[in-house]
Design a protein around this ligand. Structure first.
Ligand SMILES: Cc1ncc(COP(=O)(O)O)c(C=O)c1O
Length: 400
C-alpha cells in the first residue's frame, strides 16, 4: 500500500510523530516484541516452524488446557453464547457472573467481589471510585500500569514510596496529618522483580495512620498461600486488607479480573467505577474457565506443588550460572543483565537454542536493570529444564 499522505495539519503532526518515533522504528526493524506463534501445546510454542519452550507465560499452574477448564468453557459457550453483549448495569448480569463472584470472594476470604473483562479494569476500579480530592494515595513506585491508571483518574494527592521499603512508607506517613484519609496501594507479588510485598511491615507502618489498603494480587493468587489463596493468606493478613484486586489471566487460566472486599465497598464500586459502568461484562467463556480453575485449585493441590518444584529447579539452573535474579522469591524470575544490547543478544541466543523469553529494558525497568523476563509454570517438564539449562549455558558463553 502507498504511504498515506496527511491532509490536515493534525494528521501531519500525528502521522509524523508515529513515523519518526525511534522506539517504533527499532521495534519494526529488530522485532524483539509482539512475536506470533502458529501453534501452542503444553509448555511449547511454534514460531516460524521452530519448536520453543515457552518461558514467559503467566499460566503458573498450567491450567489453560486442563480438561475441566476446557469443558467448562465449551459448556458456557453453548449455553450463553459468545458475548455478555454489554455492561451489566445496562444489559443485566448473568448467573455465571454472580457464581464466579461468590466463588472468588469465598476463595479470597472476602464478603463480595466484582469481576471485569480485564484485570487492568479491575485494578483501575479498585482505586478510581474510592479516592477523592483531599485524600492521599501512598503507592509503591514499582506498581503495575493499571494501578497508575486508576490513581491518575482521581483528584487525590499522590506520594510514592521506595519499592517494598516499609521505612520509606513510614517516612512518607510522617509528613502527613493523621486525619488525612490515606489509600495505600501495592502489589502482593511483583511480576517484573518476582518480589513479595512485606505486607505485615506495611500494615504495622500504617497502624493508627488512617489508612485504607488496596493490594493487587494478580501474581500472588494461585501461587502463594494455602491452595493458592494469595499473598494476604500467605501472611495471615486477609482481614487487614480492605480491597484485593487482580487478574484471571495468570494462574486462573482465563482472561478478566476482580476486585474483592466488604459488600459495601463492592456495591459502591458498582455505582461509581467508570470501568464497571461503561464497559461490557466478562464473557461466558472467560467466567466459566476461571470458575473451573478456582475449583481445581481447591481440589488438585499437585499443580501448586509442581509449580514450586519447577521454580526451585529453574532457580538452581540460574544460580549455577551465577546469573542475577534480582532476589526473586516467586515463579516470576527476572534475569538481570543490566544492558539492553546484552539483553537483546541473550534473548536471541536463548531462542536459537529453543527457549522463548521476553525482554524488559529501561525505561520499563530502572537504569541498569535491563532484563530477560521469565516465569515458571507447573507444566514445564524435566525435558524442558534440560533444554532451558543448555540454552542459558550457551547464551552466557556467547553474550556475557
Ligand atoms: C500486577 C498486574 N496487575 C494487573 C494486570 C492486568 O491484568 P490483565 O492482563 O488481566 O488486564 C497485570 C497484567 O499484566 C499485572 O501484572
Amino acid at each position: 500500500m502507498p504511504l498515506f499522505a496527511p491532509k490536515t495539519k493534525a494528521q501531519s503532526t500525528i502521522y509524523g510523530r508515529c513515523r519518526s518515533d525511534e522506539n517504533t522504528k527499532l521495534r519494526l526493524k529488530y522485532a524483539p516484541f509482539y512475536d506470533t506463534f502458529e501453534a501452542q501445546k503444553g509448555s511449547r510454542v511454534w514460531k516460524d516452524g521452530q519448536e520453543l519452550v515457552l518461558l514467559s507465560s503467566n499460566d503458573y499452574l498450567g491450567l489453560t488446557e486442563h480438561p475441566k477448564v476446557l469443558e467448562a468453557g465449551q459448556k458456557a459457550l453453548r449455553q450463553w453464547g459468545s458475548s455478555s453483549t454489554g455492561a451489566r448495569v445496562a444489559n443485566g448480569g448473568r448467573q455465571y457472573h454472580l457464581r464466579l463472584e461468590e466463588k472468588l470472594a469465598d476463595f479470597l476470604g472476602k464478603e463480595a467481589a466484582h469481576v471485569h473483562s480485564a484485570g487492568y479494569l479491575s485494578c483501575m476500579s479498585a482505586i478510581q471510585p474510592f479516592a477523592q480530592r483531599g485524600d492521599l494515595i501512598l503507592v509503591d513506585r514499582n506498581v503495575h500500569s493499571s494501578l497508575w491508571s486508576g490513581i491518575h483518574n482521581t483528584n487525590a494527592r499522590v506520594e510514592k514510596f521506595s519499592h517494598n521499603k516499609p521505612a520509606s512508607l513510614t517516612k512518607a506517613l510522617s509528613f502527613e496529618k493523621p486525619e488525612t484519609p490515606k489509600i495505600l496501594v501495592f502489589e502482593g507479588v511483583y511480576s517484573m522483580e518476582g518480589h513479595i510485598a512485606p505486607v505485615p511491615d506495611f500494615l504495622e507502618a500504617s497502624t493508627g495512620q488512617n489508612v485504607f489498603t488496596v493490594m493487587d494480587d494478580a501474581h500472588g493468587v494461585g501461587v502463594l498461600g494455602n491452595q493458592g489463596r494469595g499473598t494476604a493468606e500467605h501472611f495471615g493478613a486477609t482481614d487487614q486488607l480492605d480491597l484485593v484486586c487482580g487478574s484471571l489471566s495468570k494462574a486462573l487460566a482465563s482472561v478478566g479480573g476482580y476486585v474483592a472486599g466488604d459488600r459495601c465497598l463492592i456495591e459502591y464500586l458498582r455505582s461509581y467505577s467508570k470501568q464497571t459502568l461503561f464497559s461490557a461484562a466478562i464473557s461466558p467463556v472467560q467466567a466459566a474457565c476461571a470458575d473451573a480453575a478456582l475449583d481445581i485449585l481447591q481440589t488438585e493441590p499437585e499443580h501448586l506443588e509442581q509449580l514450586w518444584q519447577n521454580t526451585r529447579a529453574y532457580r538452581k539452573i540460574l544460580e549455577d550460572l551465577n546469573l542475577d535474579t534480582w532476589g526473586s522469591e516467586t515463579p516470576a524470575i527476572p534475569v538481570v543483565l543490566g544492558d539492553k544490547v546484552k539483553v537483546y543478544y541473550f534473548r536471541k541466543a536463548l531462542m536459537k537454542k529453543g527457549v522463548f523469553t521476553t525482554m524488559s529494558i529501561a525505561p520499563a525497568v530502572p537504569p541498569g536493570k535491563d532484563l530477560i523476563r521469565s516465569s515458571i509454570s507447573a507444566r514445564h517438564t524435566a525435558e524442558d529444564f534440560k533444554i532451558i539449562a543448555d540454552a542459558f549455558a550457551y547464551a552466557v558463553k556467547k553474550v556475557l
